[in-house]
Design a protein around this ligand. Structure first.
Ligand code: ADP
Length: 261
């Protein structure tokens, strides 16, 4: 039987809110057994770019990672956010190790080709996650803390969506562990009425997702998040949950499944 492993992804808004973040780190530290933390950092990079006088370029609501922005995200995600999370986990008794995809070659990617004529810049699409290397670290009692950065094996760091890092890592580690993947963010789960914080949808299947997408119930950043979640379930991740950052006990939020029970 495979050992259990919990992967928690912490969203951009939570990383910025000290109260929510403190609680999340306490709850994460209390999770027994093997675990991995994956983080975003969105607005912190935009704010630092502003302070440095670097303009954030957007196309269709998506950030373009040009050479200047790549420097900023490398500093903010790989440095400031990652190292602060590691230090705070150490404070909570967790032997955390911060990693970008380049460290120990844990996530290899390639630069995204043009999509519908749009060049997203230095953005990486994941090719391979080194599950054995991560497994060795985890078995040595280390908790990897993964920044949303990957590398192409040719000396370049690439910016990669944190939800994708979480689902690709979960998929790869599902080969050796019984994986629970928890996407934590600032709401109680996927909502049937985005204006009503209590309207949590308990279970979403691919059919439900198509319906909610078509009628506009699910939009924005939640679309790629659920696509990543479904992807993980399909690839053998045992359980995938989208939940509030202060409710990561596996009993709250929205469960993503291939079929209703
Ligand atoms: P993260 O916090 O992980 O960085 P995103 O900001 O990319 O996540 O995506 C989460 C956002 O998706 C929420 O803050 C919310 O504004 C939006 N969203 C769209 N539709 C829904 C929905 N039906 N239920 C919950 N959130 C939704």
């Amino acid at each position: 039987m495979k050992e259990k492993l919990t992967i928690v992804k912490v969203g951009g808004a939570v990383v910025e809110d000290d109260l929510q973040l403190s609680q999340l780190l306490k709850d994460f530290s209390a999770i027994e057994g093997r675990k991995v933390l994956v983080h975003g950092g969105g607005r912190k990079a935009t704010k630092m770019a502003e302070r440095l006088g670097i303009e954030t370029q957007m196309i269709n609501g998506r950030r373009i990672t040009d050479a200047d922005m790549l420097e900023v995200v490398t500093m903010i995600y790989g440095g400031l956010v990652n190292k602060n999370l590691v230090a705070r986990l150490q404070e909570n008794g967790v032997n955390a190790l911060g990693l970008t995809g380049a460290d120990a070659n844990v996530i290899r990617s390639h630069k995204r080709p043009l999509k519908n004529g749009v060049d997203y810049g230095f953005v990486g699409d994941v090719e391979d996650v080194a599950h054995e290397t991560l497994g060795h670290l985890i078995e040595a009692g280390i908790t990897p803390v993964m920044a949303p950065l990957t590398h192409d094996g040719m000396g370049h760091i690439l910016n990669t969506n944190a939800d994708t890092i979480a689902s690709e890592t979960a998929k790869a580690l599902a080969r050796i562990y019984d994986v629970t993947l928890i996407f934590s963010f600032e709401k109680k789960g996927v909502l049937s009425n985005p204006d009503d914080d209590e309207s949590v949808i308990p279970v979403i299947t691919p059919e439900d997702f198509e319906r909610y997408k078509a009628d506009g119930t699910i939009s924005g950043g939640m679309l790629p998040k659920i696509e990543n979640a479904l992807n993980a379930v399909d690839a053998g991740v045992s359980k995938v949950i989208i939940t509030l950052a202060t409710a990561i006990d596996g009993k709250h939020g929205t469960v993503i499944k291939t079929v209703h029970d």
